[in-house]
Design a binder for this molecule. Structure first.
Ligand SMILES: *Cc1c(COP(=O)(O)O)cnc(C)c1O
Length: 354
């Protein structure tokens, strides 16, 4: 049989048998009757396991689920880093990763996602984010992984913006993939969740043990809802990318807009590398309006674009990133195209900017 397409894989991401529901309901147990695979709810849960199997299959590794993207990132950092280690992180990536590292007894080297990167000699962990949030720059994951491995460093990629369908960092050579499933993976803006995947079973086991020990475990209901949402990931990403492409075309020559970025556009500076390593482009684009007031006016006039600090959901949303301390222009907007009809969305955005 030829490899199945993305839609088939996500729809069939929960194995079912006769007499059972298509997706088994959430299990909330604390202790289990002993004798089976499960002992206690902080260590074992069949609802987590089902979603971990689904996400691990898409990522091409073993998945460990976490209560948030940050819980996945912080647990990985805690497991792989020792005091005095050196870490390379994107200067333009998700800001809380840098905040977290600043509190750890490690040496932090920052590099912009588009490069240049410092030499990796003596580096323990190279953390990449591609496309970066919020600037949507892209780095060559295969090339940087090869360089990092030559220097003996471990490579982790925050794949939140791309999603497991948009990019396969483990196939490109990274050791670990990290994701905030709060965003497009769950896709309905109704839960917080995250995961990490790796082909290194020993590392996965250490991370899983750290989760059990710390007690920062995902809620079974959130895991179940995310698994339910995963079934439409292919459909949602397709509509979001179609809407992002249409918005890109509508905004490209707009007099109020500068700094328009979407890696899916052939004229975007990241497009060449992005189209080599990404399997599809998502719905997130970035642009700059004159100032804070111009963004406020745009959001007030729009009927479809919600002011909200997340992305990847059904609803189109926009976030002025400078308000959260990102080192970006005051008027920079990260816009997440939702699943509305393309004509409605483009008309609304153009009217709000008029
Ligand atoms: C949102 C986000 C995170 C953090 O995830 P949470 O689920 O909010 O903890 C990490 N990295 C990126 C790129 C994100 O967008």
């Amino acid at each position: 049989m030829t490899a199945r397409g993305d839609g088939t894989r996500v729809v069939h991401s929960a194995p079912t048998s006769e007499g059972e529901p298509f997706l088994a309901g959430p299990v909330f147990a604390a202790p289990y009757h002993l004798g089976g695979a499960d002992t206690y709810g902080r260590a074992h849960n069949p609802t987590w396991r089902a979603l971990e199997a689904a996400l691990g299959e898409l990522d091409g590794g073993e998945c460990v689920l976490f209560p948030s993207g940050m819980a996945a990132i912080s647990t990985l950092l805690r497991v792989v880093l020792s005091p005095g280690d050196t870490v390379v992180v994107p200067s333009d990536g998700y800001y809380l990763t840098r905040t977290l590292l600043a509190e750890m007894p490690v040496r932090v080297l920052e590099a912009p996602t588009a490069g240049p990167y410092p030499p990796f000699d003596g580096v323990r962990l190279v953390l990449l984010e591609s496309p970066s949030n919020p600037g949507l720059d892209v780095c060559d994951i295969a090339e940087l992984s090869a360089r990092a491995h030559a220097a003996g460093a471990l490579v982790a990629v925050d794949n939140t913006t791309a999603t497991p369908l948009g990019q396969k960092p483990l196939e490109l050579g990274a050791d670990v993939v990290l994701s905030s499933d709060t965003k497009a993976v769950s896709g309905h803006s109704d839960l917080v969740l995250g995961h990490m995947s790796t082909a290194d079973v020993e590392l996965a086991e250490r991370v899983r043990t750290a989760r059990t020990t710390s007690g920062a475990i995902p809620g079974p209901f959130e895991a179940w809802l995310a698994h339910r949402g995963l079934g439409t990931l292919d459909l949602r990403l397709a509509r979001q990318a179609q809407n992002a492409a249409a918005l890109y075309r509508a905004l490209r020559e707009h007099p109020a807009v500068t700094g328009l970025r979407w890696p899916g556009a052939p004229e975007d500076p990241a497009h060449e590398v992005a189209s080599r390593q990404m399997r599809r482009f998502g719905g997130v684009l970035t642009f700059v309006l004159a100032d804070e007031a111009a963004v406020a006016e745009f959001l007030a006039r729009s009927r479809l674009v919600a002011a909200s600090t997340s992305f990847g959901g059904l609803h189109t949303s926009a976030d002025r990133r400078a308000q959260w301390g990102d080192p970006v222009p005051e008027g920079l907007v990260r816009l997440s195209a939702g699943c509305e009809d393309t004509e409605d969305l483009v008309a609304d955005v153009l009217a709000a900017l008029a």
